[in-house]
Ligand binder design. Structure first.
Ligand code: SAM
Ligand code: ZN
Length: 271
C-alpha cells in the first residue's frame, strides 16, 4: 500500500529501510516507525508533542474510551465480513490506541491483514510502533497520504482530519471510511464546569464530499473520574483546550473529580 512520498512509486522493505525503484530510501527507526513526511508544507507540521502523546496514552489506558474501541472493532469486522484479506489505514492514528485494537479484532476474525497507521506527529507514530508490531506506522499527512490509489478497504479517521478528496483517492471502489466524531452531549458536564455558556456539539455538520453516509451509530455513556489529572488530560485532549480563558482554566484545575458524559458518532461513508 505504501508509496514513495517523493515520486509515488511503490515502497518495498529492504533491510531496515523502505525503498522505491527510483532509489529513494526511508529509514525504519528501531522503534519500527518510518518517517515519510515530505518536508515543509507550512502549517502542516503541527502534530502533538511527546508530552501530549504520553498524557493521552495514559488516559486512554484507563479504559474510559473502551466502549468506543469495542464499537469501532465491531463495525470494522462487520464492514469486512465478506473479505479474506483486508487493507486498513488509520489516518491521524495518534499513538495507535484504536489502530491496534482494530487490527487485533481483524486478526481475531481470521483476516489476512495489512495495516498502516499515519500521523503527522512523529512522537505519536514512534510511540504507536513500539506497542504494535503488526501495523506499519508512518509519519505523514492525512492530506497527502503515502498510500497508493484505490487500495484501501477500510479507512479510519478517529477524531482526526477528514480530507474527502484524498480519502476518495486511496479508497478501493468497494471500500468504506469509518469516522468517529464527538456526539452532541460529549463532555457536557466538563464544559459546564469550565464555561459560563457551554454549547453542544453539532451532529449535523459531519459529511464527506463525494461520499454517501451508509451507517450511523451513536454511543453515549457516563464515566466517573476521581483523579483530577484524568480530568485535566481529558480537557487537554479537546480542541478547545487552547482557547479557554484563564478563569475557565482555574475552574478546571479546581475540579477534584467529575462524572461526565462521553458521546460519539460512528459514521460509515462509502463512495
Ligand atoms: C485528537 S487526535 C486523535 C488520535 C487518535 N485517532 C485517537 O483517537 O487516539 C488527532 C490526531 O490527528 C493528528 N493530525 C492532525 N493533523 C494531521 C494531518 N494533517 N495528518 C495526519 N495526522 C494529523 C494529530 O497529530 C493527532 O494525533
Ligand atoms: Zn521514490
Amino acid at each position: 500500500m505504501l508509496i514513495c512520498p517523493h515520486c509515488g512509486a511503490p515502497l518495498e522493505q529492504a533491510g531496515q529501510a523502505l525503498r522505491c525503484r527510483n532509489g529513494h530510501s526511508y529509514d525504519i527507526a528501531r522503534s519500527g516507525y518510518c518517517n515519510l513526511l515530505q518536508s515543509a508544507r507550512s502549517g502542516e507540521h503541527t502534530g502533538d508533542s511527546r508530552e501530549m502523546v504520553m498524557a493521552r496514552r495514559q488516559f486512554l489506558d484507563r479504559g474510559y474510551y473502551e466502549p468506543l474501541a469495542q464499537a469501532l472493532c465491531a463495525q470494522t469486522v462487520r464492514l469486512t465480513q465478506d473479505r479474506a484479506a483486508v487493507r486498513l489505514v488509520d489516518a491521524g492514528c495518534g499513538e495507535g490506541y484504536y489502530t491496534r485494537r482494530i487490527a487485533d479484532a481483524l486478526h481475531a476474525a481470521g483476516k489476512q491483514l495489512t495495516a498502516v497507521g499515519i500521523d503527522i506527529s512523529k512522537a505519536a507514530t514512534q510511540y504507536a510502533a513500539k506497542r504494535d508490531h503488526h501495523t506499519r506506522y508512518v509519519t505523514g499527512s492525512a492530506y497527502h497520504m503515502p498510500i497508493a490509489g484505490g487500495c484501501v478497504d477500510v479507512l479510519c479517521s478517529i477524531f482526526a482530519p477528514t480530507p474527502a478528496q484524498e480519502f476518495r483517492r486511496v479508497l478501493a471502489p468497494d471500500g468504506a471510511v469509518l469516522c468517529a466524531v464527538p456526539g452532541e452531549e460529549h463532555l457536557w458536564e466538563l464544559k459546564c464546569a469550565v464555561y459560563d455558556t457551554p454549547y453542544r456539539n453539532r451532529e449535523d455538520k459531519y459529511h464527506l464530499d463525494g461520499f454517501r453516509l451508509a451507517d450511523r451509530q451513536k454511543l453515549t455513556y457516563a464515566a466517573h473520574m476521581d483523579d483530577p489529572s484524568d480530568v485535566q488530560t481529558l480537557f487537554a485532549m479537546t480542541p478547545y483546550a487552547h482557547r479557554t480563558p484563564r478563569r475557565g482554566l482555574e475552574r478546571l484545575h479546581a475540579l477534584r473529580g467529575l462524572d461526565v458524559t462521553l458521546s460519539f458518532l460512528l459514521l460509515t461513508f462509502v463512495p
